[in-house]
Design a protein around this ligand. Sequence first.
Ligand code: BG6
Length: 484
Amino acid sequence: MVSRVIPVDPFDLVIFGGTGDLAQRKILPALFHRFCAGQWPEDAQIIGAARSDLTTDAFRQIVAESLRRDAPRRAENTEALDGFLQRLDYVALDAMSAEGWPELTGRLTKDRIRAFYFSVGPRLFGPLADQIRSHGMVSDQTRIVVEKPFGHDLHSARGLNSTLAAHFDEGQIYRIDHYLGKETVQNLMAVRFGNMLFEPLWNSQYVDHIQITVAETVGVDGREEYYERAGAMRDMMQNHLMQLLCLIAMEPPAKFDPDAVRDEKLKVIRALDPVEPHHIVRGQFATGEGEPGYREVVNNPRSTTESYVALKAHVSNWRWAGTPFYLRTGKRLVARSSVINVQFKDAPHSIFGEAAGRHANALSIRLQPNEGITLKVTIKEPGPGGMRLIDVPLDMSFADALGPENQDPPDAYERLVMDVIRGNQTLFMRGDEVEAAWAWTDPIIDGWQARGDVPKPYDSGSTGPGDAELLMKRDGRRWQGIKP
Ligand code: BG6
């Protein structure tokens, strides 16, 4: 099964921060892949913009090197690589002065889609928005793209939202959470709303609890300064895990359109109860496997930033009252594994008697790696000697089911950048959603600060702090293993 490529309309895409890490590692390789897939129209162009005084040729050289590093297989095709580089232009400009802006205005094409990607720190959002507006670059076809972190707390997120709202309509603002661009994350919606099988059982009457795990093996190297200020709660929980929770818990939207989907996600976030302090575990990785611990990495022997967080959340609405959601994420863990487990309740009555034991179905949705779905079902243990029951997995790996050409799904950024061009906001966060997520997160972080909370150390290469196991054990449950 080969995926269909639907070409987009002609566009100009300006990447502010075009020489920076995100542009070089993610945005440009994603655009290159879509170019190779034939999704670009003939005359689309990308303009890198940054402060460095570079010629267009020098910029192309930098991009070529990045592509050879980050998209080596496709970059081997010199014809494709050259074709892509020809579409790149460069303008040196300064967000804080008039320098470079007339040149940029002159390079844009009239009457076509115009996207401005703010691949820069949030303090430049306001100045860039001002410049774009005052140089007359805003039209009906203008879109702007902003990256996370969208704010540090509710107050700063509100500030950013109002800065952007002064220049652009909400329908022009694309806030990226790259988890929404992942194929398997979108598949959550397909599994839930494309099958009759699951939805009738998808509520507290049948679901005992839900676990969402995003485990990483990487640490924070190279991002020490940002991470020290953020921690796992701001870096992962407030956005990526919250989005996964929304997709699992939301009501079926009437259609797959931006506001219908985002309205339903917002209702979930607003239905979240405040989290009790004893329902949260914070951790920080210690030295292990010959690797330095978090405090050494960030060179702060007294750091109280968490690199791990696990918590129990409640969505207080008719569908989910009484079904806890356990969420955990951490760095330097035993394996890279993002999984959602939906644990169903035991059958109400066992006709096979006590000896058959207690059994319950469970649905695991593996987001990465080894993307797929496993449904645990109960069957009879083969052989004579009475009715003994065992659980077996009905296992479906997407790569096996969909064929080898789908083993390498497009990167999240490929989908998202093309959605910007198409003008489809469904997989982007709306301003009110981001604010609601901060409104839930802030009291948790404020509580830690007020109590002088210190995260529990955990071994690098482990499954996280022991207290996270206790969080489950107290409720008579346990985490599913973290497996690659
Ligand atoms: C980013 C976080 O948003 O997501 C990183 O800032 C994290 O700390 C990354 O490592 C995880 O993304 P992925 O796609 O590798 O799961």
